[in-house]
Design a binder for this molecule. Structure first.
Ligand SMILES: C[S@@+](CC[C@H](N)C(=O)[O-])C[C@H]1O[C@@H](n2cnc3c(N)ncnc32)[C@H](O)[C@@H]1O
Length: 273
């Protein structure tokens, strides 16, 4: 019997341990969930949820939350965190944002995907699935990093790409989700008129109890895209250069004198289904 083919999208996120990055994003996750109006009793899907940076606080507000993610290790971490928090209104399971076959139409009042579904391939399929599983007049909220934005994450991905071989032909960059016209086109193809879509800039802050260089180490050791960049740079003898570029970037954006605090701008997309 032949082994199942490797899904590179799944392999990328199972390679590292995103929990070690998500730990620096918890405060912003909590604040965001309050800002977008999650309340008791709402049925919420957190899509590409990681270990629950937004799913957990949404459940703590009393919503009935399902987290779906492609990475098995993060689903396990999410379920562990839910049980440690004593939450019975939150469960995580494995699934692919391009095909949410286990979810019936219109099941959720709110679908949230913060720096999540943007990383799935086939963006038109992803938009279609998000709309399909949201009830009519329900809400979809996406957080998407913005290409070429000068702040942290867009620059990490930009620097990393300079050390990585070009992607395969036909690859659609996740960063294209950070451009409003693409968002409108993708949700438009899923049947949502442009007037039901709004985009605004928002901020997430990475907070870390260590130096900016130590935070770079976390990305190098645990964040799939950065791990791949270091693998590629290492093969060409450029790993030290990549480390230096990232340390300069993190130091430049650090606003704290004790530890590390780095704000990063993203596009917050709100869609009325
Ligand atoms: C940058 S992490 C963000 C996780 C989480 N939303 C958070 O805010 O902490 C990106 C997440 O997207 C997930 N992901 C990537 N492609 C996916 C897909 N096709 N379907 C479901 N999840 C996916 C990854 O496994 C990872 O957990």
């Amino acid at each position: 019997m032949s082994a199942a083919p490797i899904n590179p999208n799944k392999a990328l996120w199972e390679k590292g341990d995103f929990t070690r990055i998500a730990e620096t994003m918890r405060e912003s996750g909590e604040a965001l969930v309050q800002r977008i109006g999650i309340t008791k009793g709402l049925k919420v899907l957190d899509l590409a949820c990681g270990d629950g940076t937004t799913a957990l606080p949404a459940a703590k507000l009393g919503a009935d939350v399902v987290g779906v993610d492609i990475a098995r290790n993060l689903v396990e971490a999410g379920n562990r965190r839910a049980s440690e928090s004593g939450l019975t209104n939150l469960r995580f399971h494995e699934g692919d944002a391009t095909n949410l076959q286990e979810i019936t139409d219109h099941e959720f009042d709110v679908v949230v995907s913060i720096f999540g579904a943007m990383f799935a391939p086939k963006p038109f399929e992803v938009a279609k699935e998000m709309v399909r599983v949201t009830r009519p007049a329900g809400q979809i909220v996406m957080g998407n990093w913005i290409p070429n934005d000068p702040t942290l994450v867009a620059q990490i991905l930009k620097i990393s790409s300079a050390y990585t071989p070009p992607p395969p032909e036909g690859f659609v960059s996740p960063m294209t989700w950070g451009v409003e016209s693409n968002v409108i086109e993708r949700f438009g193809a899923a049947g949502v008129p442009a007037e039901n879509i709004s985009c605004q800039r928002d901020t997430f802050v990475f907070t870390f109890d260590g130096t900016p260089a130590e935070l770079v180490d976390r990305f190098r050791l645990y964040y799939g895209p950065t791990m791949n960049a270091f693998d590629a740079a290492g093969k060409n003898g450029h790993a030290a250069e990549l480390q230096k570029d990232l340390e300069e970037l993190f130091n430049h954006h650090n606003t704290s004198t004790q530890g590390t605090s780095i704000p990063a701008t993203f596009l917050r997309v709100t869609v009325r289904a």
